[in-house]
Design a protein around this ligand. Structure first.
Ligand code: ATR
Length: 277
């Protein structure tokens, strides 16, 4: 019998995960099907019970339920618990166990595109202080010597992220205006807010005018493929990356977790390009 996997969110109709996952199953001869499930806020617990009852071996969790699912899972891995968010759930010995690979997927994609094995003494600026920023901050904190500054519209939220994320040694909390004027200090800038996402494509959290030489700018948005901040960064000589690789890697990581099979995420990137162009 085929396995069934899925994703829960709200809204979920435009999720590209079903396309990426089902193509990967076909290409890799994995006998499974992936379905997106639209779940209402008051139904999250019932949906999870239902998925277990019908034998779903794994599912992804997306906005706005990454934190909300936690009390309804049987176990949550320590890192996901610290991040306060789950994006992948796996059925292990009859128990739903939650994980969070958001930060890892982003970092793997960053290192690949920077052509680096790891980070050393770089200065990094995170724009935003929501769930995605927390996951990335937490993942970067494993490199003790990095300077990881956080800039956010709401300063208290950036301060809270610094504390929850493990109080990294070298972190300054900044306003977006301060970040804009200090942009030339950073080797890597990562944009984690929803600003600039389609249809609001003429918006940007900061204007890029004077970057450090050899700076790398990453935006976790993938639609549009080049946000305003990425365009300005490219025009200022930076190397850039959008969120497609992070999305593809998250899907590839989930398949690996659920089936033990490593799939080629480059194929997923090609499908994403096609779907979004
Ligand atoms: P996610 O979990 O996807 O990261 P989130 O937790 O809602 O989403 O966080 C959204 C981030 O985008 C926050 O940093 C938010 O800033 P505030 O903390 O000040 O709300 C930021 N953001 C969203 N819209 C914004 C806007 N128009 N201007 C500035 N920041 C914005």
């Amino acid at each position: 019998m085929s396995e069934l996997f899925g994703i829960i969110g709200n809204p979920i109709a435009h999720s590209l995960s079903p396309l990426l996952q089902n193509e990967a199953y076909q290409l890799n001869e994995i006998d499974a099907y992936f379905q997106a499930f639209h779940v209402e806020h008051e139904d999250v617990e019932t949906a999870i019970k239902g998925m277990k009852a019908i034998g779903i071996k794994g599912f992804m969790v997306t906005v706005p339920y990454k934190a909300k699912v936690i009390p309804f899972l049987d176990e949550v891995d320590a890192i996901a618990l610290k991040k306060g968010a789950v994006n992948i759930v796996q059925l292990i010995d009859g128990k739903y166990v939650g994980y969070n690979f958001d930060g890892e997927a982003w970092l793997q994609g960053l290192l690949e595109d920077m052509n680096r094995q790891s980070l050393h003494e770089e200065s990094i600026l995170i724009l935003g202080a929501g769930g995605a920023a927390l996951s990335i901050y937490h993942t970067l904190s494993q490199y003790g010597e990095l300077r990881i500054d956080i800039a956010n519209r709401t300063i208290e939220r950036a301060n809270a992220l610094k504390e929850v994320g493990g109080d990294h040694k070298y972190t300054n909390v900044l306003s977006l205006e301060e970040a804009e004027s200090m942009q030339y200090q950073y080797d890597v800038i990562v944009q984690t807010t929803s600003i600039g996402m389609w249809p609001d494509i003429d918006q940007s959290p900061i204007h890029i005018t004077k970057l450090k030489k050899d700076a790398f700018v990453s935006d976790i948005i993938y639609n549009p493929a080049e946000t305003k901040i990425l365009k300005q960064a490219r025009q200022n000589g930076a190397r850039t990356q959008n969120g497609m690789k992070m999305l593809a890697l998250q899907n590839a990581l989930s398949i690996e977790k659920w089936t033990g099979r490593k799939v080629n995420y480059q194929q997923m990137m090609a499908s994403l390009h096609k779907a979004l162009s």
